[in-house]
Design a protein around this ligand. Structure first.
Ligand code: ADP
Ligand code: ZN
Ligand code: ZN
Length: 762
């Protein structure tokens, strides 16, 4: 039966699917998941994804036809379409926004009506050289003899024979031209001469852009007795529960257990998705995985370019078990890859905040979306952490998730010994050297003396968080955002961490004209400077957003640390997670106070997790590590709990607090942000929306209020917070909120108002 209409997802922020007419020429060619080109608006052409075909009219008189069908096979499968729909409903965005986040840009086409469209993705071609015909060994010997007077050509031909391993009757293998030139130390002219004599010829072949991933298929390591118990408990838990939390102290060998679980799934022919919060972590773990699983292992993160992403996408949907990726290691967006047969999803460091996408929509949480994805595949999800999120642990307490615990480090090494260093006292007694307490200096000194490595953690990048006039207290702020500019010494500029705006350092105060501008506070860059002064002989490196911009930058730093080419590594939270170094024995936390004092309901939970994680980098292989936490408040409850590695205590305290003050996981939270360049209009519209919502939800609505950062890039911001009881049907609440927003959007003059909805904004 021929269908007349198709519903299409277009990469737009407009809610809903779009109906188009199927012209006769495309009857039969359309199916769910295939790409089509359609016109939307006056001129623009978009590539959309076909969702379904039907014969129901839409009531709209003039339905436009599909302009073109791209490719012959679907690029998105039906499980993905279902998952996109769930994300768009749960996170209150359009399916088009999910599509944009999900698919590599290289799969999109865009154009103007009337002009031809071309695929953005181009397979990469490279020139190869091969024998012009299947010469016998004798013929080849004659040819080589005749080349005696042309040594360059002789070198090329013999290099070709050597590299390709050619002999009489064997297959003619192409060899990369670049390799041939390098190996023979010869010139392109020599190759040309040989082609003219019909001895060699060049061919252009398609090559992959992805790095070769040949593995060694090393056997798996034998699990310790503790690990084996945990492994079996996980398998048992999966019999009754779809999600299980593996709560294992740092370095208890969780990764090793994942590897055993992965092996089991791959053996069954299933796919596995292994999520990590941070690109920086992928390089170390991918090596551990490739050792065992070789070329079925693929990596996915945002540093790959569009063309590479298309190739990864294709290798996941590839059905050939020889050439496809069946194990994907990646950051949050890898859950959008075209999996067709998942058996297991692992969410490592499940508590980590970078699983949540804040901007742009879809503002999804990768852990929660991955659990949903797994359920569509009938797969299981394993969450792993040394310091689980309050919401996941609460799901365990409620009986929704299974729990498996590992309480000891692998090899029975003790958890690191934690020392609190009181900065207030050290300042008072004038014992501080730059930003280092005597305790930290001594521990570093001892470690370096034993040729061991140190990491220093400071959760702020740049040199100093702001500069200030010593006379009048004037602070340079971003011209577009209401935030202080951070001083970056390397580029000698002030930088806005919200919008990227940069400016020169003012030589004089722009308020009182005094020349006394001084730096305040400290970031990783300043610590790096100070460390170099205090330990001039040490090899120092820094790992933060500024030093890891390239695709392999983070991997290079980690490799250097692994190979012992770095003595002291300074970094932001990037270095706190998952990394495993043999010779790293001392961890210093330069300032725990700014973690604890962050104004957010999760600040204490996050501080505990971060301190526990970063401590966990110390002393993982042979001996107990040492951690020095610098704080002006050593009596702080959270710090005391870190000292005792008392996760249950932290959980009880936080759960109690959240219950009392009605915070997640004991309520649902939806945050609406309104942005406008005109403050008065912003106030007017947000009051309108706030009142409308209050008339429906009463006291569940908080605000509108200016948030901590109330202006970014010359947009003023106000937020409204909805706190909805867990017991109330969430879909209905979302619907009511949407209706209010749409009512506001329909009122006149709101076209320059931006509204963003964030579900679970934490
Ligand atoms: P986690 O993921 O819990 O932090 P890892 O899996 O990284 O812990 O293990 C910590 C260290 O112990 C790693 O260096 C790892 O290679 C080693 N290790 C863990 N389990 C085993 C095992 N069964 N056999 C040999 N080494 C192991
Ligand atoms: Zn700014
Ligand atoms: Zn001044």
């Amino acid at each position: 039966m021929n269908f007349r209409f198709t519903d299409i997802i277009l990469p737009l922020a407009i809610r809903g699917r779009f109906t188009y007419l199927i012209p006769d020429e495309f009857a039969g060619a359309l199916k769910p998941g295939i790409r089509v080109l359609v016109q939307f608006g006056n001129k623009k052409l978009y590539s959309g994804i076909v969702c379904n075909l039907h014969n129901e009219g839409t009531g709209i008189k003039k339905i436009r036809p599909v302009k073109a069908v791209i490719g012959t096979a679907p690029v998105v499968n039906e499980l993905q379409l279902r998952h996109w729909k769930w994300i768009s409903e749960y996170y209150m965005c359009s399916e088009g926004e999910v599509m944009k986040a999900a698919m590599p840009g290289g799969l999109f086409l865009k154009g103007e009506a009337g002009s031809p469209v071309v695929e953005k993705y181009r397979p990469k071609e490279e020139i190869f050289i091969e024998l012009a015909s299947g010469f016998t060994d004798e013929q080849l010997n004659d040819i080589l003899d005749n080349l005696a007077k042309a040594p360059k050509q002789y070198e090329i031909l013999s290099a070709y024979i050597r590299i390709s391993g050619y002999e009489s009757g064997s297959e003619i293998k192409p060899v990369r031209k670049s390799l041939l030139l390098k190996e023979s130390a010869s010139s392109p002219a020599a190759i040309r001469a040989l082609s003219e004599k019909s001895i060699l010829k060049s061919v252009s072949l398609t090559v992959g852009r992805l790095q070769d991933t040949d593995g060694f298929n090393e056997p798996l390591r034998v699990l310790s007795a503790q690990q084996l118990i945990a492994f079996n408990s996980i398998c048992n838990s999966f019999k009754g529960k779809d999600v299980t939390l593996l709560h294992g102290v740092t370095s208890s060998g969780k990764t090793e257990i994942y590897i055993h679980l992965i092996e089991e799934q791959l053996r069954k022919g299933k796919q596995v998705l292994y999520l990590l919060p941070e690109i920086a972590l992928t390089s170390q773990i991918v090596l551990r995985l490739k050792k065992h699983f070789g070329s079925v292992t693929g990596v996915y993160h945002s540093r790959f370019n569009d063309q590479e992403r298309v190739e990864i996408w294709n290798k996941v949907s590839d059905e050939n078990p020889q050439s496809s990726y069946r194990l994907i290691l990646g950051v949050r967006s890898s859950l959008f890859l075209p999996f067709s047969n998942l058996g297991l999803v692992i969410v490592d460091e499940e508590h980590d905040g970078s699983y949540k996408q804040h901007d742009p929509a879809p503002r999804y949480h990768a852990r929660d979306s991955a659990i949903m994805l797994a359920s569509y595949h009938g797969a299981k999800t394993l969450l792993g952490s040394a310091s689980p999120s309050i919401e996941s642990y609460n799901n365990v307490v409620q009986g929704k998730y299974g729990l498996v615990e590992l309480k000891e480090r692998y090899g029975l090494i003790n958890l690191p010994f934690i020392i609190l260093a009181n900065t207030r006292e050290a300042y008072r007694k004038k014992l501080m050297v730059s930003h280092f307490t005597p305790e930290l200096l001594q521990a570093m000194d001892e470690a370096l003396g034993r040729s061991e490595q140190v990491i220093l953690f400071q959760n702020r990048r740049g040199f100093s968080p702001y500069i200030e006039c010593s006379e009048c207290g004037w602070i340079p702020v971003c011209i577009q955002c209401a935030v202080n500019l951070t001083y970056h010494k390397g580029i000698n500029k002030l930088v806005c961490h919200y919008c990227g705006f940069t400016r020169e350092l003012p030589a004089r105060c722009e308020s009182c004209n005094s020349p006394g501008m001084i730096t305040r506070g400290f970031g990783t860059e300043k610590i790096e400077d100070e460390v170099k002064l205090v330990f001039p002989a040490a090899r120092v490196a820094r790992m933060d957003q500024d030093t890891t911009r390239g695709k392999y930058a983070a991997g290079r730093i980690i490799k250097a640390l692994e190979e012992g080419r770095i003595d002291i590594l300074i970094g932001t939270q990037m270095i706190s997670k998952g990394l495993d170094f043999e010779n790293l024995t001392v961890v210093g936390v330069l300032n725990a106070d700014n973690l604890l004092n962050y104004p957010d309901f999760r600040a204490h939970e996050r501080s505990y997790q971060l301190l526990e994680q970063v401590s966990g980098r110390a002393g993982r292989r042979q001996k107990q590590g040492k951690v020095i936490i610098q704080t002006s408040d050593p009596a702080n409850k959270i710090i005391r709990m870190v000292l005792r590695h008392d996760y249950p205590g932290m959980f009880r305290m936080q759960a109690e607090e959240r219950k009392t003050f009605n915070y997640p996981p004991f309520c649902r939270m939806i945050r609406i942000s309104l942005k406008h360049k005109d403050k008065a209009s912003l106030n007017k519209y947000s009051d309108y929306l706030g009142n409308d919502l209050k008339s429906k939800f009463g006291k569940r609505i908080l605000g509108p209020e200016f948030p901590l950062i109330s202006q970014v890039q010359s947009w003023y911001i106000k937020t409204i917070l909805c706190k909805i009881e867990k017991e109330k049907p969430a879909a209905k609440a979302r619907q009511m909120i949407l209706e209010s927003i749409q009512r506001l959007e329909r009122t006149k003059g709101t076209s320059s108002l931006k509204i963003a909805i964030d579900v679970d904004p934490y």
